[in-house]
Design a protein around this ligand. Structure first.
Ligand code: WQD
Length: 332
């Protein structure tokens, strides 16, 4: 019985596949390399010292996905694949709604046709919008301010409705906070192809000299130093959260919603200072205008994931910074 991992060559997907393989799970990856590269596949094999099946297919293509399900005994799906750039989603909403929603429709149709009943979805803390308070609990109100976030919210609702029609299905909705860091080997990590939207990949490119200066998007937020506060979680901890979620959906039915974060908030300048302390590398920055849509503070209440999954993030910010930089040094 195999676990199908869509987007398994991506940043979070590849780290999750490593841990599934290390746990002796049979894994099938479907990835079209839209936001990843083929060399990650052999790096996963090297780290885990295990093999897996791979299909360079498009998960929105029903014929291709029918072949994958027909030719394999798929017990569960972890669905990472999707477009994820907030700014791009505002410019190209149809591309985001089409890709991110049709992929879920196709997967659920395959589940119905082939009797697969377990689904773990890569959601995001972005579904909380601007929270009325922090830390954020899973039962907080949901609202989104950009098409990317709305595809996550819509997918959660679609999956919830489908599970209601299939009471024996088990679905986990994992709301990530801000994943950073990389596997200790330095072989896999976050490797954006163009100028990064997110803070840590941008800092890493400034540290490597690829970019000249970090733009700090506003210092007038209602936070301890005026810069935006987020909950940064090590990608290896996040991957472990998926392994625990797979165990949960294998032994349950219903819809299970979990925050995957550390429960700690760090500001932009906290991250810059911690990165400089962890690596000894000075990060040049300047304060610029706010980025539209950004919120003041966002960090997780982690109690439910701890109680129901046994999930507790372990890595501290120093480790996240060091491991992220180690990946860059290994891939210069
Ligand atoms: C973090 C902080 C910025 C870049 C988004 C999505 C979320 C997930 C992660 C996909 C904020 C500041 C950033 C920069 C800066 N996406 N910043 N200069 O916006 O919390 O979350 O990415 O999985 O769904 O919403 O992450 O890293 O973009 O920003 O000052 O060059 O860093 O203002 O305060 P964010 P981020």
């Amino acid at each position: 019985m195999a676990i199908l991992v869509t987007g398994g060559a991506g940043f979070i997907g590849s780290h999750t596949v490593v841990q599934l393989l290390e746990n002796n799970q049979e894994v099938i990856i479907v990835d079209n390399f839209y936001n990843s590269s083929a060399d990650v596949l052999d790096k996963i094999r090297t780290i885990a010292n295990k093999d897996f099946k791979f299909y360079e297919y498009d998960i929105t293509c029903k014929e291709q996905m029918d072949e994958v399900f027909r030719d394999n005994d798929i017990e569960a799906i972890i669905h990472f694949a999707g477009y994820k750039a907030v700014g791009e989603s505002v410019e190209k909403p149809l591309m985001y709604y089409s890709n991110n929603l049709v992929s879920t429709f196709v997967l659920c149709e395959m589940m119905e046709k082939y009797g697969c009943k377990r689904f773990v979805f890569s959601s995001s803390a972005t579904v909380y919008g601007k929270p009325a308070s922090v830390p954020i609990k899973e039962d907080f109100p949901l609202s989104t301010t950009n098409p990317y976030g709305t595809t996550k919210l819509m997918t959660e609702r679609i999956l919830t409705d489908i599970q209601f029609a299939h009471p024996d299905w088990s679905i986990a909705l994992l709301r990530y906070f801000n994943p950073i860091g990389a596997h200790k080997s330095g072989l896999i990590g976050e490797n954006p192809k163009d100028i990064p939207n997110n803070l840590m990949p941008y800092i890493l490119k400034v540290a490597s000299g690829e970019l000249e200066c970090l733009n700090v998007f506003g210092d007038d937020y209602d936070t301890h130093d005026g810069t935006g506060v987020r909950d940064y979680i090590h990608v290896v901890d996040l991957a472990r959260g998926h392994v625990l979620a797979i165990n949960k959906v294998m032994n349950s039915s219903g819809v299970h919603i979990y925050n995957l974060g550390t429960g700690k908030g760090y500001s932009v300048l906290d991250i810059v200072n911690n990165f400089e302390r962890a690596t000894g590398i000075k990060i040049k920055y300047k304060i610029t205008d706010r980025r539209p849509g950004d919120i003041d503070e966002c960090y997780a209440d982690t109690a439910k994931a701890k109680e129901e999954l046994g999930f507790v993030a372990e890595a501290d910010i120093d480790e996240m910074c060091k491991d992220g930089w180690n990946f860059v040094m290994h891939n210069k």
